[in-house]
Design a protein around this ligand. Structure first.
Ligand code: FES
Length: 160
């Protein structure tokens, strides 16, 4: 699993500048953390105290807002997110085996990111294409009717 890298002085200076710019707005916190995530790929934990200080908040308030929104991340994410479906239709057609194989292929558990930052593995309640079960999504591409051979093909092809 990837650990958040330590921020450089240049990174902190960039965050300070962004926080200052947004502190002039009326409701700056959400757009600010979204901007930081867009720049860095995640919200570096070290940035939370900087944000809190300049916006006159407690770090726990900033952390609380970040934790509330599922689309905000304080850990680096892979360039592509692999989402394996855990829904009922997929489960009864072998979804558990598909998840196990994806974990083996990527060498990570759910919620983790590969060390090369290529993939983050997640599970979802339903992708919305139950008729194709079992399913997974790699990046924005849905892969249905999965079996062990197809899982290997999909991931091998995706790696190029
Ligand atoms: S249950 Fe897997 S796509 Fe709906």
């Amino acid at each position: 699993m990837v650990k958040a890298k330590k921020l450089t002085k240049a990174d902190l200076a960039q965050i300070n500048t962004m926080v200052y710019e947004y502190s002039q707005q009326k409701w700056p916190l959400i757009p600010l953390v979204q901007r930081i995530q867009n720049e860095f790929g995640y919200i570096p934990p070290q940035s939370i105290s900087v944000i809190a200080k300049l916006l006159g908040l407690f770090p726990s308030q900033v952390q609380g807002v970040i934790s509330f929104y599922a689309q905000l991340y304080t850990k680096p994410r892979g360039r592509r997110v692999v989402r394996v479906c855990r829904g009922t239709a997929c489960h009864v057609r072998g979804g558990k085996t598909i998840l196990k194989l994806v974990k083996q292929q990527l060498g990570i558990e759910e919620g983790q990111t590969t060390p090369d930052l290529e993939y983050t593995l997640e599970t979802v309640a339903c992708i919305g294409v139950c008729a194709l079960a079992p399913n997974m999504v790699v990046g924005d591409q849905i892969h249905g009717h999965l079996n062990p051979k197809r899982v290997e093909q999909v991931l091998r092809r995706d790696r190029g």
